[in-house]
Design a binder for this molecule. Structure first.
Ligand code: HSE
Length: 402
């Protein structure tokens, strides 16, 4: 029998407990032995819980119990999750996490510690909730050089945008809904300002390039500036607005960004609504691959965590090392040089636009006094410099090209 401890009994932790209970027989079959929760660590009291004897507030109970082989860390945040994870890995226990903040910040060190102590550090649930993405990228696509990743990586913002577009809900009401459904981060600014998606694309870019991509080096914009007018303009062009985590990997260098983008309805990502996430990966041999599923929520995220638990139990004697290493030099490329098309709204007239962009493609304006247009494909730096000359810019959104 494998004894498991769960650290953090919030949305994901309670889902992990529920799946391990409900699917116990199936999970035992997959893992080759019974998988039992021995401890649940949480600072709160759960006196009404039917198995209240499992709860502890003392981390040492778990760290010091040699019969616990696998620990689920779903506490969130950096501290004390980092210190606990380090100690558990040093004690030879496998650690499974959904904590993207921790993986994106200390993943390199924690993966090294796991390897040194011949144990597992798995984080399938840290990106895309219930979508299998970490293992498929690392294992099934191993023959490929991954050249491009574009993903809807945050369920909360996708849910908010969908509710605004399709149900005409206000931003605030849609966010409250997302919080009630357990999608949003403790501090929802992490969702709506793009930081959560930024950590996720940093993890995927690290896996794809084999070198640590620091999320702090990824330019990030959220959806707080997106208006219903932007959404309506997109609709008039047969497009939608989505928050996209994007990375290009070439010659060991990485260009990454997170920003709301205009997605043509011909691109499959445009159909990804509500809490669903999807990740498109371009491998140099396989071409395009897309993974789709629920990106947040109790059972979808816990399903990915429990799959990791099963893998760790099965591979406790022969650990599997997902890995990337620290970059010895700056591997980040400047997004300014990337060739792109932008959708622009300005209060300047069409003549001013034509002077700078002779090939501009004008879009019927939805707001009086505005001129709306698509730029030709140019470097972002060049577009910005020409927009400075036009002036009176209301908003600008990149158009996703896959
Ligand atoms: N707040 C995150 C989201 C949870 O909405 O996608 C899953 O990582």
């Amino acid at each position: 029998m494998a004894n498991v401890a769960v650290m953090g009994f919030g949305t994901v932790g309670s889902g992990v407990y529920e799946i391990l209970k409900q699917n116990a027989e199936h999970i035992a079959g997959k893992a080759g032995e019974e998988v039992k929760v021995k401890y649940i660590l949480d600072i709160r009291d759960f006196d009404d819980h039917p198995e209240k004897q499992l709860f502890t507030k003392n981390f040492a109970d778990i760290a010091g119990d040699a019969s616990v082989s696998t620990v689920v860390e779903v506490m969130g945040g950096l501290h004390p999750a980092y210190e606990y994870t380090k100690e558990l890995l040093e004690n030879g226990k496998s650690v499974i996490t959904s904590n993207k903040e921790l993986v994106a910040t200390h993943g390199t060190e924690l993966l090294e510690i796991a390897e040194k102590h011949n144990t597992n550090y798995f984080f399938e649930a840290s990106v895309g909730g219930g979508i299998p993405i970490i293992r498929p990228m690392h294992q099934c696509l191993a023959a490929n050089e991954i050249e491009k990743i574009a993903g809807i990586l945050n369920g909360t913002t996708n849910y908010i945008l969908t509710q605004m577009i399709e149900k005409g809900k206000s931003f605030g009401d849609a966010l409250t809904d997302a919080q009630n459904k357990g999608y949003a981060e403790r501090n929802p600014a992490a969702d709506v300002e793009g930081h959560d998606a930024c950590r996720k694309i940093a993890i995927l870019a690290s896996l794809a390039s084999g070198k640590f991509v620091d999320y702090k080096d990824i330019p990030t914009e959220g959806i707080t500036e997106i208006t219903l007018e932007d959404v309506r303009y997109a609709d008039s062009m047969d497009c939608v607005v989505k928050l996209i985590g994007y990375a290009e990997i070439s010659g060991g260098k990485v260009m990454a960004r997170v920003c709301p983008m205009i997605i043509p309805r011909t691109v499959p990502l445009s159909d990804v609504d509500d809490v669903f996430n999807a990740i498109m990966i371009h491998g140099n041999m396989v071409g395009d691959v897309m993974m789709y599923g629920r990106g947040a929520g109790m059972l979808p995220t816990a399903s990915a965590v429990v799959a990791d638990v099963i893998d760790a139990v099965k591979h406790s004697n022969v650990p599997k090392h997902l890995t990337w290493t620290a970059a010895e030099e700056n591997i980040m490329l400047d997004g300014d040089e990337k060739q792109t098309v932008m959708f622009i709204r300005t209060l300047a007239g069409a003549d001013a636009v034509r002077r700078e962009f002779a090939d501009a493609e004008f879009v019927d304006n939805i707001v009086d006094e505005e001129t709306a247009f698509l730029t030709p494909k140019l470097s972002e730096k060049e577009i910005r410099s020409r927009l400075d000359k036009i002036g009176d810019i209301v908003s600008g959104l990149r158009v996703l090209e896959i």
